[in-house]
Every structure is written in structure tokens, then in C-alpha cells.
Write a protein that binds this ligand. Structure first.
Ligand code: A2P
Length: 274
């Protein structure tokens, strides 16, 4: 299978299909180094959030990497406490300040806060129109949240970033999003590292002389899912990007699909209290 490393979003923005996630990467040397090592290894997508409290270090990693800003796709997210029209505009300015950037490539509503996400979206649309976010989207939105948002939205979200890994495959939501032209992005794509010993994954990995992490990343890519594994270790960051020289068969993919148990590692977007 010829494989494209980039994907076009509905508005024409080009997003790398594989990036670095930095949830839980500590602000300071840990996050700065993770970003620098990723960019050195060929990554061009970095996914952070105001809530991760490491935007300053992400910005520093980008600036000190030597990779031109325009080659890097930077995502950040609006935190729940900042939802609402005016507060979204302010939170976005704060994120740009923390990152030390004058635009981001993608700005996401982090969680569907009831009664607020539509006002937040109006502000996101303005930010998008101003060019300071090249694309906008949502995260942790179920089908019904998207349907509700679309009743008033002028701009259809370009991305929905949701929890997906081999034990939570989200096939129905993925199909719904694909039909709407909304790109699917996975958080905790490796199941937070908890499924790397799974015998099915280990067996498939052996066949290709790869690791279970690499097999999972490939499963996402071959399912047209944008994937942002997190690591703060240089060897793993490199390893997780070394996935473009092998291909899973349909049978491998089917076996991995069958690991689905619909179990979440994070909260259900219909029932979160933060
Ligand atoms: P660390 O950051 O210490 O390297 P997810 O992206 O699903 O949230 O998974 C991230 C978790 O998996 C982190 O705990 C990370 O640890 C670990 N991890 C990431 N890549 C690998 C890898 N290639 N091998 C083993 N563990 C990994």
C-alpha cells in the first residue's frame, strides 16, 4: 500500500498523520526535549493543550529545534473552565502567548461542556476567520454533541480527537465522523502503554520484527486515524515514528479490531465532572 504521511482536512489544511502527544510531559526540560527529539526524528505534528500546562516548553522546543515554524503543525486546546464566547477569545490569546507563536494550526474544544460549547464554537469560528488558527475542531465529542453543534455552526469542525486504541475502537463514531468529512484523531492511541504486552499484538509485532507500539500505530494509520502517541523518551519517540517501512495485512487488522472491549481509560464524554 502506498501510504501518504499527510492528510488533507476538509478546509484544505494539511495535517501529518503521525505526531507527538505531550499530555503528562512535564513543563521544562522533559517537554522541551520531547518536542526537540520528535522534530529531529521527523515528526511535524505536536499536540498540546492549555490543560497540559506545558505550552511554554512546547514553544521552546519548537523554537530551538531549528525546524522552520511553517513546517510544523501545532495543535492546542481550549480548557473547560475557559469555555464561553469572551473567555474562549481570551484563552486562545493566552495559549498563543504561552506557546510564543502567532498562530496555531489547529485549535480544539477539549471537552463538550454542556451549555457552553456552542458559545465557545462561535469564538472559535472568529479565531479561524482571523487566520490565527488555521483549522478548528473538537475533542471528546460524541455523535450527538456534533449534531447539536452543527445546528448553529457556520464552520463544520475539521477534526474530532477522541480516545481510540485497540481496546476501544469506536467504529460507529469513526464512521459517523468520516461521513461528515470530519477527520478522526486518536488520543491515548497506545492505550496509555497498558496494552503493549497483549499477546495478539506481541505476536503480530514479532512477524514484522517491530514492537507492539509500532503495530498499534500502524493499525491507526491504516484505519485513516491521525495518531499522536506520547513519549518523553528519545528511543521510544524515534521508535514510534519508525513505522513507514512495513504494512499490516487485512487479517492483522481484523485480529486487532477484535481486541475491542469498549473499555475507556478516560472519562465518558457524557459523564465527566471537570
Ligand atoms: P513514556 O512517556 O515514559 O515513554 P498513549 O500515547 O496511549 O497515551 O501512551 C503513552 C504511554 O506509553 C506513556 O506512558 C509512554 O511512556 C508509553 N510509551 C510510549 N511509546 C512507547 C513505546 N514505544 N514502548 C513502550 N512504552 C511506550
Amino acid at each position: 500500500m502506498s501510504f501518504k504521511k499527510m492528510k488533507e482536512l476538509a478546509n484544505g489544511s494539511i495535517i501529518p498523520r503521525l505526531g507527538l502527544g505531550v499530555w503528562k510531559a512535564k513543563d521544562g526540560a522533559e517537554a522541551v526535549n520531547a518536542v526537540k527529539w520528535a522534530l529531529e526524528s521527523g515528526y511535524r505534528l505536536i499536540d498540546t493543550a492549555a490543560a497540559y500546562k506545558n505550552e511554554v516548553s512546547v514553544g521552546e522546543g519548537i523554537r530551538t529545534s531549528g525546524v522552520p515554524r511553517e513546517e510544523i503543525f501545532v495543535t492546542t486546546k481550549l480548557w473547560n473552565a475557559d469555555q464561553g464566547y469572551e473567555s474562549t477569545l481570551k484563552a486562545f490569546d493566552d495559549s498563543l502567548n504561552e506557546l510564543g507563536l502567532d498562530y496555531v494550526d489547529l485549535y480544539l474544544i477539549h471537552w463538550p461542556v454542556e451549555g457552553k460549547y456552542k458559545d465557545s464554537w462561535r469564538a472559535m469560528e472568529e479565531i479561524y476567520e482571523s487566520g490565527r488558527a488555521k483549522a478548528i475542531g473538537v475533542s471528546n465529542f460524541h455523535e450527538h454533541h456534533i449534531e447539536d453543534l452543527l445546528k448553529e455552526a457556520k464552520v463544520v469542525p475539521m477534526v474530532d480527537q477522541i480516545e481510540i486504541h485497540p481496546t476501544l475502537t469506536q467504529e460507529l463514531l469513526r464512521k459517523f465522523l468520516a461521513d461528515k468529512g470530519i477527520a478522526v484523531e486518536a488520543w491515548s492511541p497506545l492505550g496509555q502503554g497498558k496494552i503493549l504486552e497483549n499477546p495478539t499484538l506481541v505476536e503480530i509485532a514479532k512477524k514484522y520484527n517491530k514492537t507492539a507500539a509500532q503495530v498499534i500505530i500502524r493499525w491507526h494509520l491504516q484505519n485513516d486515524i491521525i495518531v499522536i502517541p506520547k513519549s518523553v523518551h528519545q528511543d521510544r519517540i524515534k521508535q514510534n515514528f519508525d513505522v513507514f517501512d512495513f504494512e499490516l495485512t487485512e487479517e492483522d487488522i481484523k485480529q486487532i479490531d477484535e481486541l475491542n472491549t469498549n473499555e475507556r481509560l478516560g472519562p465518558d464524554p457524557d459523564n465527566f465532572d471537570f
